[in-house]
Design a protein around this ligand. Structure first.
Ligand SMILES: [Ca+2]
Ligand SMILES: [Ca+2]
Length: 165
């Protein structure tokens, strides 16, 4: 295990957004930057995803696409609030290994039988994962200190995926 590189990415509470591969995704409405309602960008609009068939394997792909390395958890029934745009996807059936939501089996864009009360969400919680514990680095013990230091200076949340072993 090499010494981890200490660097962090600070995201605002307005949401974590990263395009990466596939259609751009963002998660909004969560208390932390690693959780929220999933919104996908298609044809000039942000829209939500229906929770029919929404499960942890789908969340795993969302977390991966956003570059969030925590434990993926799927949330249903507009857990992070109801979106207001179009409902763009339904019946998402990822195997869990896809690099982006685009690669998963799912409805055609805009084909759905849902209401916003069924908006899908994810949590990519870095504090319940095993990624950090698997690295036997002394720096691991510094995470809470780093986070509390950061929070004094930024009205934001920090992610803990900077630990590379
Ligand atoms: Ca699914
Ligand atoms: Ca459906």
């Amino acid at each position: 295990c090499e010494m981890p590189q200490l660097a962090w990415r600070v995201t605002t509470t307005a949401g974590t957004c990263k395009s990466g591969v596939g259609a751009p995704l963002r998660i909004v409405g969560g208390k932390e930057s690693f959780e929220g309602r999933v919104e996908v960008y298609h044809d000039g609009k942000w829209g939500t995803i229906c929770d029919d068939q929404w499960d942890d394997r789908d969340a795993e792909v969302v977390c991966r696409q956003l570059g969030l390395s925590g434990t993926p958890k799927a949330l249903s029934w507009a857990h992070y609030g109801q979106g207001s745009g179009p409902i763009l996807l339904d019946e998402v059936q990822c195997s869990g290994n896809e690099l982006s939501l685009d690669q998963c089996k799912k409805s055609d864009w805009g084909q759905q039988n849902c209401d916003h009360i069924e908006d899908a969400g994810v949590s990519c919680d870095p504090f319940t994962g095993t990624d950090v514990q698997l690295c036997q680095s002394d720096a691991v013990g510094l995470i809470p200190t780093l986070l509390s230091l950061l929070s004094r200076y930024y009205p934001v949340n920090a992610e803990s995926d900077w630990f590379q072993c």
